[in-house]
Design a protein around this ligand. Structure first.
Ligand code: IPE
Ligand code: IPE
Ligand code: MG
Length: 250
């Protein structure tokens, strides 16, 4: 195992329980090398593999990855086809290994418009790994935070209409129960690669008190050392949640 400054038995206070990653910069990584964007996406899958492995070894419990946004449909059809092909291959090639490593896969995002075989693969990944209790890998696929919040508002309205919920009982906690994967705690840390400094419609509700770290590295170059460096920076932050003293996230 490579030498690391992060103790493997770091206390819960130091270690972010949930790290969410906006995996950005595949296209620019490729362009910088005169390669097609698709090559950047392929190398991005390799970065994903090593990052998930490293996160498990470091002791992070939950990793959420932004792999395809609700707005990414506006890209050329050829690139969308390549990204869908990579997802298919990722599930087919890596699911068994993830399962063996005790990883639990969850998927958030809108499933309705997905091609049926992709929707099936996502269900298969969740079903196969549902009893695993190692790292939880939340895959945000065809995900948009505004879409998620609107869907939750609709479901809440429907529950009120049915008489299952009182308007007076709609508070922050109740609202959050209608969002995707309500049992998953909010991310302690959100990392975005590629130098862009925005959320691009990712986890807008859940990011209310997340620490944000933007790194210049393009996603295909991201690795264990980059993850550890982000965690060290996180560990220097003081999370006050509006109060006056530093607290842990969860
Ligand atoms: C991230 O890399 C992957 C997806 C958004 C699917 P990009 O494809 O956005 O790469 P850049 O930002 O154009 O370099
Ligand atoms: C965000 O990256 C979405 C993913 C990483 C999947 P984008 O490349 O789509 O974001 P913008 O368009 O630069 O904001
Ligand atoms: Mg991008």
């Amino acid at each position: 195992m490579p030498e690391t400054e992060i103790p493997q038995n770091a206390t819960a206070f130091d270690m972010p329980r949930h790290v969410a990653i906006i995996m950005d910069g595949n296209g620019r990584w490729a362009a910088a090398r005169g390669l097609p964007r698709a090559e950047g996406h392929r190398r991005g899958v390799e970065a994903l593999r090593r990052t998930v492995r490293a996160a498990g070894e470091i002791g992070i419990k939950i990793v959420t990855i932004f792999s395809f946004s609700a707005e990414n449909w506006s890209r050329p059809a050829s690139e969308i086809g390549e990204l869908m092909g990579l997802l298919r291959r990722f599930v087919r090639n890596d699911l068994a290994e993830l399962h063996k490593s005790n990883v639990r896969v969850r998927v958030i995002g809108e499933r309705a418009e997905l091609e049926p075989d992709i929707a099936r693969l996502l269900v298969e990944a969740e079903e196969l790994t549902k009893n695993n209790d190692g790292l939880t890998l939340v895959v945000a696929f065809n995900y948009g935070a505004r879409q998620e919040i609107v869907r939750a508002a609709r479901d809440i309205a429907a529950a009120v209409k049915r008489g299952d919920l009182d308007v007076a009982d709609i508070g922050i906690e109740t609202f959050a129960r209608f969002l995707n994967a309500p049992d998953i705690p909010d991310p302690d840390l959100i990392i975005r690669t590629s130098g862009e400094q925005r959320l691009s419609n990712f986890l807008l509700w859940q990011a209310a008190y997340s620490e944000l770290i933007f790194v210049p590295t393009y996603w295909p170059d991201f690795d264990r050392a980059a993850l550890e460096s982000a965690i060290r920076e996180y560990q220097q932050r003081e999370r006050r949640f509006g109060g006056l003293v530093a607290r842990t996230g969860s």
